[in-house]
Design a protein around this ligand. Structure first.
Ligand SMILES: Cc1cc2nc3c(=O)[nH]c(=O)nc-3n(C[C@H](O)[C@H](O)[C@H](O)COP(=O)(O)O)c2cc1C
Length: 176
């Protein structure tokens, strides 16, 4: 798929086929996401990939509200986190007024690469920000130093969602 087509065709998909996603394919996607840039190459993004049925069921049930459980049914789940106090920090002090927002920024870039890599591999995704971070932390053994940010469903789409409208360019961008 051409890159332009890829970014236009990526959609949030909320219905997946009962078709497991191969762990090797998930590994490839996660590896491609690692190519995202980060502050001083600090690479504080972390991923926790759940693909086996037992862990998926528990993660969905304990970590997601019912509407996100339903939307992500049959999909694998990738939890993404970042290590606090590293990206844009020197000797424990923030380099800018934004503090750990740069860590979240880096993770957002990482996750953008991840969803596009998934699309390129013939898969679709749903980024979910409504989740229970502490339940997910306990279940997956995520260290306290990391902020649990998103849960990303990855699977084979069973719906054709239309393009959600974007704001007019002049409302969101200025060109000087
Ligand atoms: C940070 C973030 C959190 C989101 N959380 C949820 C969520 O919890 N549940 C959900 O159904 N969609 C969630 N979405 C999906 C957005 O609603 C969706 O990206 C947006 O409506 C644009 O649609 P599109 O992705 O199809 O272009 C989230 C998206 C982002 C980027």
């Amino acid at each position: 798929m051409e890159f332009k087509e890829l970014i236009v065709e990526r959609r949030s998909v909320r219905k997946y086929k009962d078709q497991p996603v191969d762990m090797e394919l998930l590994k490839q996607i996660v590896e491609q996401a690692q190519m995202a840039p980060s502050w001083k190459n600090s690479q504080t993004a972390r991923t926790y990939v759940a693909a086996s049925p037992e862990i998926l069921e528990e993660l969905r049930e304990k970590g997601l509200p019912s509407f996100n459980q339903n939307s992500s049914r049959n999909a694998a789940l990738i939890v993404t986190t970042f290590v606090r106090g590293v990206s844009a920090f020197t000797n424990g002090q923030p380099d800018t007024e934004l503090g750990d927002k740069w860590g979240a920024y880096d993770l957002g870039l990482h996750d953008a690469y991840l969803v596009l890599a998934a699309k390129n591999a013939g898969l679709d995704t749903l980024i979910m920000g409504i989740r229970d971070p502490e339940a997910i932390r306990t279940l997956l053994g995520i260290p306290e130093e990391e902020d649990v940010v998103s849960v990303i469903a990855v699977g084979y789409r069973d719906q054709e969602p239309g393009l959600r409208p974007r704001k007019p360019l002049e409302e969101v961008a200025k060109f000087y």
